[in-house]
Design a protein. Structure first.
Length: 198
């Protein structure tokens, strides 16, 4: 066996993959399962929307302005997570914690606006049982909102942990929580045009 082939075989048999931290590998596996959940929901939504003739009248009632502001909040929160990760790599815990707090604030802003949007829709008589479009709307945005809430809890836990003695053991977890947060943002990038613009 040639030297390059032997090296490639070692990498495939565990060398390259074995060097990946378990936390990172676990987060990627978790995100892969979440992609399947949201992917299945989005495909089902598109198929049913086509079969139902487009749901144009229902879609005309959603609040695209609030959704656009929420998109801006989540995109900005992606930047603050990247800045937190950079600060963590520079070993500046105080800066890392500041960017984590900024991300938490942006996430809470997203959820607050989503609550206002839900309240407006419910007052207009658009409840989850009002039709297929509204069922999908509340299911997909609600599930996404739960993921945002989960991300906020993880960010808050990390922020608290980084403020305690022995915080160095947690620093690598900024990357893992950041991966999750980027996934949450990416899901919204698909949901926004799917539910509000198309």
């Amino acid at each position: 066996m040639s030297a390059p082939a032997a090296a490639e075989r070692r990498d495939v048999e565990g060398g390259a993959f074995a060097r990946m931290p378990l936390g990172r590998a676990g987060m990627w596996w978790f995100l892969a399962s979440e992609v399947m959940v949201f992917g299945a929901l989005m495909i089902t939504y598109v198929v049913n929307r086509i079969a139902a003739g487009g749901w144009g009248a229902e879609r005309a009632h959603v609040n695209a302005r609030i959704a656009a502001v929420n998109t801006l909040l989540l995109l900005t929160s992606s930047l603050t997570v990247v800045l937190a990760l950079q600060a963590e790599r520079d070993a500046t815990t105080a800066r890392t914690r500041r960017f984590l707090v900024a991300t938490i604030g942006l996430g809470l802003g997203f959820l607050g606006l989503k609550a206002v949007e839900y309240l407006l829709e419910l007052r207009a008589g658009h409840a989850p049982w009002s039709g297929a479009f509204w069922s999908y709307y509340y299911l997909m945005t609600g599930l996404h909102g739960l993921h945002v809430l989960g991300g906020i809890v993880a960010l808050a836990w990390l922020w608290i942990g980084l403020g305690r003695p022995g915080a160095a053991a947690l620093r690598h977890r900024v990357e893992y929580v950041g991966l999750y947060w980027h996934f949450v943002d990416l899901v919204w990038i698909f949901l926004f045009p799917l539910l509000y613009l198309s």
